[in-house]
Ligand binder design. Structure first.
Ligand code: F6P
Length: 287
């Protein structure tokens, strides 16, 4: 077993280390990665790709397990094409992998957001305020939708669902004010941004004192939830089984709690829809 440090960058540069059965001792409780991570433009070139293949040949690496998102999958596909068997595992807090219901990290990030917003809610409650909270997710709204429902947000704004600020935030707040609600949480995807301006506008139009919070990178670290530990264990196990069976160019996925795998080409061409029923439900029950 060989660990490759800093992803494809390390693979090109030969940054590898021998790993044994105890190399992963005590990491089950940790966030981050003991092998570190990196972004690399060189790997997108043929020269970089050949350097990666060379490391595999020199170190006797006859199969790779790659953890990441779409970009990592494209790299795994390209290496598979060059004769290095690769199995990809979806690891991203954004949950934006089309072939997969749940990616590793999503549940942990969502639970962190819920914990943080629960804390923010204490001030909204004691001070009769509105908290406008920006949540990560790059271009995808899965985190803000799941966390928004879990936090009882009055409004949830995300890139997949068009919104009208007046109708979907201001009017909703005014309506709930009539039922004597005095504190509010509005959750906004980072893909939309602008939470400071939103807070000012809410204060001006509703009279409710408002504050903006950008949660930022707290969402991307920390102790993994049980659901993520189980998912990662199942996916890692499946990836190794695939390599032993001689498979290549596959991505491990989960659908309806079943672990499966897809051809990476196929997986990259799939599209994932946000669950609009979930959004509609959130808007109906949060009154
Ligand atoms: O893809 C994971 C993610 O955390 C996104 O949610 C976010 O947009 C991005 O990474 C942040 O990247 P960086 O740490 O480079 O700012």
């Amino acid at each position: 077993m060989i660990g490759i440090k800093r992803g494809y960058k390390g693979l090109m540069e030969g940054l590898t280390e021998e790993m044994g059965l105890r190399s992963v001792s005590d990491i089950i409780t940790r966030g981050g990665t003991i092998l570190f991570s990196a972004r690399s433009d060189r790997f997108k070139t043929e020269e970089g790709m050949q350097a990666a293949v060379r490391t595999c040949r020199e170190k006797g690496i006859d199969g790779l397990v790659v953890i990441g998102g779409d970009g990592s999958f494209r790299g795994a596909r390209d290496l598979s094409l060059r004769g290095i068997p690769c199995i990809a595992i979806p690891g991203t807090i954004d949950n934006d992998i089309a072939c997969c219901d749940r990616t590793i990290g999503f549940d942990t990030a969502m639970n962190t957001i819920v914990q943080m917003v629960d804390r923010i809610r204490d001030t909204t409650e004691s001070h009769d305020r509105c908290a406008v909270v920006e949540v990560m997710g790059r271009g995808a709204g899965y985190l803000v939708l799941g966390a928004g429902i879990s936090c009882g947000a009055t409004s949830i704004l995300m890139p997949e669902i068009p919104y009208d600020f007046e109708r979907d935030v201001i009017e909703r707040m005014k309506r709930t004010q009539r039922s004597e609600k005095v504190h509010f949480v509005v959750m906004v995807s980072e893909a939309i941004g602008g939470v400071e301006e939103m807070a000012k506008r809410i204060q001006k139009e509703t009279g409710v004192e408002s504050r903006a919070t950008i949660l930022g990178h707290v969402q991307r670290g920390g102790c993994p939830t049980a659901a993520d530990r189980i998912l990662a264990s199942r996916m890692g196990y499946h990836a190794v089984q695939l390599l032993i069976a001689g498979a290549s160019n596959r991505v491990v996925a989960t659908q309806n709690d079943r672990i499966m795998d897809f051809d990476i080409y196929e997986a990259l061409n799939m599209t994932k829809e946000i669950n609009t029923d979930l959004y509609k439900m959130a808007m109906e029950i949060s009154i």
